[in-house]
Write a protein of this length. Sequence first.
Lengths: 478, 145
Amino acid sequence: MTAANFVPTGIGIGPIRPRFRRRELGLLILVGIALTAGSVSLGTTRALLADGTLVVQAADPVRLAIFLGALGVAHLAQVLAGRRTDQVLLPAVAMLGGLGLLLMERLPQDQAGSAFGDSLGLAGVQLLWLLIATGVISVLAIVVRSDTWLRRYKYTWAAAGIVLLLLTFVLGEESNGALLTIRVGPFSGQPTELLKVILVVFLAGYLSEFRPLLIDESTRLGPLRLPPVPYLLPMVAMWAIAFGIVVIQRDLGAALLFFAVFLALVYVATARISYVVIGLILLVLGGFAAYRLFPHVAIRVDIWLDPFADPSGNGYQVIQALIAFARGGLLGTGLGAGLPMVGGTLPIPAIHTDFPLAALGEELGLIGVLAILGLYLVIIERGLRIAAAAADDFRALLAAGLALVVGVQAFIIAAGNLKLIPLTGITLPFISYGGSSLLANALVVGLLLALSDRGVEAPPPPRRSRSRLDRLLHRSAA
Amino acid sequence: MDPIVATIWLIRILFLGLLYLFLFGVVRVLMRDLRAAAREPVTALGRLIVVASEVEEPALGTVFPLDAVATLGRDVNNTIVVDDGFASTEHAVLSFRGRAWYLEDLDSTNGTYLNGAPIDGLASAAFGDEIQVGRVRFRLERAGT
């Protein structure tokens, strides 16, 4: 992870020639027009609600202009660097980020609740993080020309991830009943967001190396054909880590996300349904045990089964979200016209972090929610396409894993908002308020863009020969 | 209908319409990309790229699309002819069985190397691995799209 691993652009690949990105530019212009219309819709509705007159105006033209300007700079940087990276990811992410910015603009500005938040307001902080995220995406997409620093040090990354996890266990501060936040001086962050990226990097490295062993089948358990027993251990270890997160950190969302991404990647690597079946059985058993043993899990499940059992207590937030979706209907109430205040506060306290989809569902309606879910599908599709075009297993698994981690996270929280599965407190990628979430997802998109480059250098040959593994393979096969 | 309310309603619908216009634009790009990929025939399971060669056949940079079985050696009847003095007439077989690649040495005089180490009979290979026959080195890659 030193500077030597980042080969600067232009060395060894001839002079840099600007390369126009017509599709990206066209899509970014559409993003700009749509977000301006959204801002005008919000501003005009606000003016009407304030003094009953029609003033066609944008809600906050300055912040919107800064965000769109940053997107323009990111586009220009890609054009000048002359990289042949994906042209759809940035506009799709920009649209989601812009919708998030509009939502933060629309919510009461004192929700931020931190030292910066009080001076900048909710939208100000979100804009700042969006700018940093855009910067991270562009820098990664342009600078990363080699993935050696990711594939060589997979155990280092895994160790870093476990240290981060332990730090959260020990130093984590409680928010909404879960240990989520680490605070260092004035800075605070949610390590699970970074952990999901590290997990994907490690799994891609691990699975691409041991793929030949994992698809070997020598153990039979009834109708299931299993690989040699030692190679089932990672499955059990991963399950134990997820269970540990549920028990110690009390963070159901992260546990579910990690385990789901793990299963998906194992399936991508081996194309074996038996692993998925075992994983799902372990998940159900673990989930049932947790439900019986731990009250914080039981509460979540009970709320999910019947939120109306305690409508003003535990079930309050979930019920209010359902009512918000119902009020939105097909076309929504319009930005700025929904979300009635109850006693001076919003009915859903965590609306900017956990329930942005409920807010957007009320103000943009079913139509708007479907468009947002469509954008996540687009991101997944791009990731899987990048994986399909990758030169070797590591890159294919990395690209698929990065796309799936965003997609699965969006699904878990969207389904939680809609009471399809128990609600778990994770963020809606690119839309939710918060720096950790935006930064981690920017890392994901930046890496995906870097992986999508068709001019990127060939993957290095494996350093260690697999002969030791082969002997094992043949002994177990014999 | 009150003109103020009507105007605001129109702006609202315009915003939703523009959201879908963007989504439509994205989907059009994706469809074009998928159609272009579908036009390219993807029959190969993988490909071998020559990364080091001092002989004319195979020349450096040659790409061989791979079927389920590919034989390597000096004889002209091999799938991939390696016209190198250090290669045997029937040197090695690279095959795709089930879900994995296997490299088999056919008792060649100078051996077959996988990632720099000589293989002992049969070895499993993966994408990204380097295979050496004689003085010619290949890299096994996914066929890609």
